[in-house]
Design a protein around this ligand. Structure first.
Ligand code: FES
Ligand code: FE
Length: 441
């Protein structure tokens, strides 16, 4: 027992941040982890600068020269496909005097030209041209002025692109993802070709600590309470029947990753799981999709891919909500009490218009900042953050639910403990970000 998330050299000198008493079945999180600027600085260094982080999806940059710009772990990054077909992440800061080399969200370009003094770079990041280059001495090395890449590497798994900012990183993306690979595969296999990011994104902010969002994303306990309005609306629209409960079950996937939920039956899903809400006339199409999936994947895998889904959390800041639509969401803390979030919608490239419409409608009405669900969660999490102002008197939050149960259910807090144990380990210990175990429940 007693995992002090901040102990160790150069670490946190205060009280135990995470109390993990497995004997008594008590799990407590010290509320300073949600409010303290020193802890946030340590998290940036020990967690975000050490783990593989989601940066984009290969479908966003299908052709050579395609690029998207975004912030990953607080850095401006260009995610691009080179002329060699390889995906790269280039730090979006001119090696001359710092300007953002690319300021647009996405485009295709043969070169990247900095608007400040006109230096230009190839899609692979090499220096392409420097106005008045003869003014530089012999010590000036073009090679050293190429656009930098994340030092720990850039890699893709089933089209999901990740980057790593740890110069000493020795963990491959596949080892890092561990058992989460199976569920990323479940999402990728929903298409006979490729899953694609649908145009547009949802960027927004929440006035709460990012770890509250982690806890909330796989929290089955709050669903029917905090989102009562949404479930009432769904039931009224004939879109779901919650009489049998939500049938979520949690599973630890190693390295702090977890999933909640396998069967999506009460929700239905645009991918091969028909419910009356989708319309009687679309029923044959769903049967056909399922038949094709069986042909392509075999009976067992087709069943898993088409009718099972859930909310997948990949440590430390990727959530894929694969229930009504497929929402990919990543986030980063700006302050202890403020985070930036971006969400995208994924769908099979071959999807027909009626199912695509259902998917996009689900993307907006379910979990978007203006939808039914996210405002409830935002209110709850911002309310927790305000509650932490009394942290001097109420020091710890309780994450013990279901801890002593042999079989933990969807309303237990197993997946949160999975997160906190990995968080505490990385905050406490040096060494690789992967423990290569899939059993840290
Ligand atoms: Fe980019 Fe000078 S800062 S060319
Ligand atoms: Fe919620």
């Amino acid at each position: 027992m007693g995992a002090n998330g901040g102990s160790g050299s150069g670490g946190w000198a205060g009280p135990a941040l995470v109390v993990d008493d497995q004997e008594r079945g008590l799990f407590l999180v010290h509320r300073s982890v949600f409010t303290d600027t020193g802890i946030l600085a340590m998290e940036r260094e020990r967690i975000f600068d050490r783990c593989w982080l989601y940066a984009g999806h290969e479908s966003e940059i299908p052709k050579a020269g395609d690029f998207v710009t975004r912030r990953v772990a607080g850095r401006p990054v260009i995610v691009t496909r080179g002329r060699d077909g390889k995906v790269r992440a280039l730090l979006n800061t001119c090696t001359h005097r710092g300007a953002l080399v690319r300021r647009e969200a996405r485009r295709n370009a043969k070169t990247h030209q900095c608007f400040y003094h006109g230096w230009s770079f190839t899609p692979e990041g090499e220096v392409n041209g420097i106005p008045g280059e003869d003014a530089y001495s012999e010590a000036f090395d073009r090679g050293e002025r190429r656009l930098r890449e994340p030092p720990g590497g850039t890699a893709s798994y089933r089209d999901f692109i990740f980057v790593n900012f740890n110069p000493e990183n020795e963990v491959s993306l596949e080892d890092y993802l561990w058992d989460a690979k199976e569920y990323l595969g479940c999402i990728a296999d929903q298409s006979a070709g490729r899953m694609e990011v649908l145009q547009g994104s949802q960027p927004f902010g929440m006035r709460c600590n990012h770890k509250l969002h982690v806890e909330n994303s796989t929290d089955g306990y709050h669903a029917l309470v905090a989102h009562k309005r949404y479930f009432d609306w769904l039931a009224g629209a004939g879109a779901m029947d919650v009489s049998a409960g939500l049938r979520f079950s949690p599973k630890a996937l190693g390295n702090g990753h977890a999933i909640i939920g396998r069967s999506v039956a009460p929700f239905g899903r645009p991918m091969a799981q028909w419910i009356p809400y989708f319309g009687e006339e679309r029923k044959p199409h769903f049967e056909e999709m399922y038949r094709k999936a069986v042909e392509r994947l075999g009976e067992e895998r087709a069943h898993q891919v088409c009718t099972c889904g859930g909310i997948l959390f990949i440590f430390p800041n990727l959530i894929i909500n694969d229930i009504i639509s497929t929402t990919v969401r990543t986030f980063y803390p700006i302050e202890p009490g403020y985070m930036e979030v971006t969400a995208w919608c994924l769908g099979p490239e071959e999807e027909e218009a009626p199912e695509r419409a259902v998917r996009l409608d689900g993307f907006v009405t379910f979990n978007s900042p203006g939808g039914f669900v996210n405002p409830d969660d935002t209110e709850a999490l911002e309310s927790c953050q305000r509650g932490f102002e009394a942290a001097k008197e109420v020091e710890y939050s309780d994450v013990s639910r279901g801890m002593k149960r042999l079989l933990q259910g969807g309303e237990d807090e197993l997946e949160m403990r999975v997160f906190w144990r990995q968080w505490a380990r990385l905050m406490r210990e040096a060494g690789p970000a992967s423990t290569h175990t899939g059993t840290d429940a």
